[in-house]
Write a protein that binds this ligand. Structure first.
Ligand code: PGA
Length: 223
């Protein structure tokens, strides 16, 4: 694949639906390159994907604490047991509905990096500069950044590529990264709007890929 594609299943789908979804994907992706395809499934179903070669696995979230007395928390060592390669951090839905704080974001990144897992740090337009300035140099240089304006997430109103271009430039200037993901209502009819932006490295996609054939379509577009 030319670009990274992260498929975020959010809190959708239960076992039966997920098995059907996976069957369609596996059947249709068999002849395509999927080396940069990542799936972030709901945590109870990590086990379903252990032998699926088409995806690298990500967590949608991880505990800001190390293993210990933190009831309900899924920590970095749990991710390692299921061959998860990294985790989303600071997704705007976590910030908005679960009140995730900047200091929790920083803790999660550190715990992931200590275990050699990849933090995919979601940034949005609210205090973008501050969100980055909180990070130290190790964090800035080892995270993959995804820029996702909240107004574009789950709305079917993807962001204006010009606005994304300006945000990418600021993120690149502050972190030194050369590769940034875009997320927010990505779908097959809007991917080409972003492919030529400087620093563009791929997509973080949510609700559109609940239809497995849309995910297959996106993988084909990014070959
Ligand atoms: P969306 O979500 O594609 O449904 O807008 C993006 C995301 O979860 O990052």
């Amino acid at each position: 694949m030319k670009y990274t594609l992260i498929a975020n299943l959010k809190s959708y789908k239960t076992l039966h639906d997920l098995q059907e979804w996976l069957d369609v994907i596996v059947h249709n992706l068999s002849s395509l390159s999927t080396d940069k395809l990542y799936l972030a499934p709901p945590a109870p179903y990590y086990y379903l994907f252990q032998d699926v070669s088409q995806f690298k696995l990500l967590a949608q979230d991880v505990s800001p604490f190390p293993p210990g007395s933190y009831t309900g928390a899924i920590n970095v060592d749990h991710l390692l047991d299921f061959h998860i390669q990294g985790s989303l951090v600071g997704h705007s839905e976590r910030r908005r509905y679960f009140h995730e704080t900047d200091s929790e974001v920083v803790n999660k990144i550190d715990l992931l990096l200590d275990r050699h897992l990849l933090p995919i740090v979601c940034l949005n337009q609210d205090n973008l500069r501050t969100q980055i300035e909180l990070l130290d140099s190790r964090q800035r240089s080892h995270c993959l950044f995804a820029y996702e304006p909240t107004s574009a997430i789950g709305t079917d109103h993807p962001a204006d590529p010009q606005i994304i271009s300006q945000a990418f430039q600021l993120i690149a200037d502050l972190t030194g990264t050369q590769t940034i993901l875009y997320g927010g209502s990505v779908a097959p009819d809007n991917v080409t709007d972003y492919l030529n932006l400087p620093y563009f490295g791929g997509f973080l996609v949510g609700h559109a890929i609940l239809d497995p054939l849309v995910l297959v379509h996106l993988v084909k577009q990014l070959q």
